[in-house]
Design a protein around this ligand. Structure first.
Ligand code: E4P
Length: 217
């Protein structure tokens, strides 16, 4: 399972990239706003920090303007994935861009039928938002299961990118289902390494090691 960081904070991205565990980054207009940085400038910097896909989202709603915005974003770096919303114009843009060799992340997916359309449009990634789905009384992980089943039924190559991840259990369930990618805030990615028994174990081992009076170096 690939791990993407869902942030436009370059310090967080650099720190996670240094672990060797980061496969890509997703941004959206809200995350760009939160960063307080200029969109094109911060995305360019992020593309230099990770080798994998960096999602940058168009903000136009019509196909023609989406294509123009995508051209600007594609010029930033080779690892840009153009993010388009799951609308008819977004799907049309997805098809045109993937036919032209670009990576496309179709975002704001809330139903399996929407995911089916994205796959038919040749999307590189489909982003079902599990957290927002749960928030509204739907079962986010059932959506991931349904998409997995449908994509496997027809051998679609579109990667399921579990988005709007809020906690480690979302990551665990997505991995059980066999999602291809998950994108989460850096704090959630760091949380995955935590266990109280790991901390307790280290404490006990170090206490006993000190009693030996030895050192490795
Ligand atoms: C994914 O690409 C989105 O940027 C993101 O996961 C949305 O998450 P949120 O629902 O926490 O805003």
């Amino acid at each position: 399972m690939k791990f993407f960081a869902d942030t436009a904070d370059v310090n967080d991205i650099a720190e996670l990239a240094a672990t060797g565990l980061l496969d890509g980054v997703t941004t959206n207009p809200s995350l760009i706003h939160k960063s307080g940085r200029k969109f094109l400038e911060v995305v360019k910097e992020i593309c230099g920090l990770v080798d994998g896909p960096v999602s940058a989202e168009v903000v136009a709603l019509d196909h023609a303007t989406m294509m123009k915005e995508a051209a600007v974003l594609r010029a930033i770096a080779d690892n840009i994935a153009i993010k388009v919303p799951l609308t008819i114009d977004g799907l049309k843009t997805c098809k045109a861009l993937t036919d032209d060799g670009a990576m496309v992340n179709v975002t704001l997916c809330f139903s399996a039928n929407q995911a089916l359309l994205a796959a038919k449009a040749g999307a590189t990634f489909i982003s079902p938002f599990v957290g927002r789905h749960d928030d509204n009384g739907f079962d986010g992980m059932q959506l991931i299961s349904d998409i997995r089943l449908i994509y496997d039924n027809y051998g679609f190559d579109t990667e399921i990118l579990v988005a709007s991840v809020r906690h480690p259990i979302h990551v665990l369930e997505a991995a059980r289902i066999g999602a291809d990618v998950m994108t989460a805030p850096p704090a959630v990615i760091r949380q995955l390494s935590k266990h109280v028994l790991t901390d307790k174990g280290i404490e006990g081992f170090l206490a006993d090691w000190a009693k030996t009076g030895q050192s490795i170096l």
